[in-house]
Write a protein that binds this ligand. Structure first.
Ligand SMILES: C[S@@+](CC[C@H](N)C(=O)[O-])C[C@H]1O[C@@H](n2cnc3c(N)ncnc32)[C@H](O)[C@@H]1O
Length: 197
């Protein structure tokens, strides 16, 4: 309630939506997963449940109070106070050149088109050709111009965009987008070069 312009939700994501978003998280190996906008950690819990031992779970949260809360309640996670718009820089500062999955809880509808695109480009650079990206939208906003623009933008940035079923047991009902294979591989390669990998 203190930050309606930054949170963009009336309730945390339900366990069903959280499980759906977390389905892009690998369950074996030593994956590196980034969560954007973890808020109070409802999706973080679903991600942590899937992660194998040896994985890294980084969470980028803009609000320092929420970040402090997450550090107390989720010591398994590396909480980064920062802006998703600077994702590749935040990762490079932690010697992470690429990640296996990005899961977003960001309030896309509160961002302008340029910010949406800047964040999606950062996500694309972070996951590269082999990673996956999951995010969600509310069904009641689907007909709106901004939601339709965001959907188009996803297809501009990613070769594959899969839309999930509706999760009715979410407040409000929502669906997920799962995206793979960024169209612009050049950006990914430049991130690798910048970080020396
Ligand atoms: C709708 S809440 C989602 C919380 C949780 N992931 C969930 O699904 O219940 C959005 C979260 O994104 C954070 N946020 C908003 N803009 C951000 C940005 N540019 N970078 C990182 N986090 C941001 C907000 O502070 C808030 O915690």
């Amino acid at each position: 309630m203190r930050s309606p312009g930054q949170i963009g939700a009336v309730a945390p994501s339900s366990p069903r939506l959280a499980d759906l978003l977390a389905s892009v998280v690998p369950t074996h190996g030593a994956p590196i997963v980034v969560e954007l906008g973890p808020g109070t950690g409802s999706v973080s819990a679903a991600i942590a449940e899937r992660l194998p031992a040896g994985a890294r779970h980084l969470a980028v949260e803009l609000d320092p109070r929420l970040a402090a809360y997450l550090r107390r309640t989720r010591p398994d996670m590396e909480v980064v106070v920062g802006d998703a718009e600077h994702l590749t820089g935040l990762l490079a500062a932690r010697s992470v050149p690429a990640v296996d999955a990005v899961v977003s809880g960001l309030p896309w509808s509160l961002f302008g088109g340029a910010t949406q695109r800047a964040i999606l480009d950062q996500v694309a650079a972070a996951i590269g050709p082999t990673g996956a990206f999951a995010t969600f939208a509310y069904t009641h906003t689907a007909p709106m111009t901004t939601a339709r623009r965001f959907r188009r933008m996803l297809s501009e940035v990613f070769d594959e965009v899969v839309v999930s079923r509706t999760i009715w047991r979410n407040l409000p009902p929502a669906y997920a987008y799962v995206c793979r294979r960024p169209r612009s591989e050049g950006r990914y390669q430049s991130v690798q070069r910048d970080t020396g990998r």
